[in-house]
Design a protein around this ligand. Structure first.
Ligand code: HEC
Length: 158
């Protein structure tokens, strides 16, 4: 008799068995989806409704823009093109509303100051060393406040 056609063990009917399998599938599916989510951003899963993602907060949107600046800069450094501070203004992310307001505070401000310094030094000397140091300052803040994107940020480095 092929698997699945007869009665399931422990007195379960076929319908029970099928529902059980669907349930298991959904659990595995949810768990994997959730893991990818935290990798990408720091929004709280508890605030999410199924099928409806919350609008990213202004700080998250600006962070995505900073990531794109990093990608673009990397390409220019590889191509040996000059990097002008006009093309890469330091974005005003630290005054924006974050997903989790508890990240804000003196520690965050200190990380921001370190990052702003690394950014200015990169603009003075746009080479791979200063570029990597700037990314290290991104990671420095992320280690305390938003570990999810660290792997992704590190991939930008030389
Ligand atoms: C002073 C702290 C700090 C610095 C510096 C910082 N970040 Fe962030 N980053 C955060 C916080 C906090 C969030 C979460 C924002 C939110 O969800 O509103 C975040 C979120 C992100 C995200 C996820 C955005 C999303 O899609 O939700 C990316 C990607 C990111 N940062 C990249 C970077 C890069 C690249 C740099 C450096 C060029 C950087 N960050 C520098 C604190 C920082």
């Amino acid at each position: 008799m092929p698997f699945f056609c007869g009665r399931f063990p422990f007195g379960l009917t076929r319908t029970h068995g099928v529902l059980l399998l669907i349930g298991l599938f959904l659990i595995v599916f949810q768990a994997c989806g959730g893991a990818n989510k935290t990798e990408e951003d720091c929004t709280h899963p508890s605030e999410m409704q199924p099928g409806k993602e919350p609008e990213p907060k202004p700080m998250a949107r600006m962070m995505r823009a900073m990531y794109q600046q990093g990608e673009q800069m990397r390409k220019q450094i590889v191509a040996g093109e000059p990097i002008s501070p006009e093309a890469y203004p330091l974005l005003n992310y630290h005054n924006q509303v974050p997903t989790d307001p508890s990240v804000l505070g003196s520690e965050f401000d200190q990380h921001h100051a370190d990052f702003a310094k690394a950014w200015a030094e990169l603009m003075n000397q746009p080479d791979t060393t200063h570029y990597n140091m700037m990314l290290q300052a991104c990671v420095g803040c992320h280690q305390d406040h938003c570990p999810g994107p660290i792997k992704k940020i590190r991939k930008l480095s030389f």
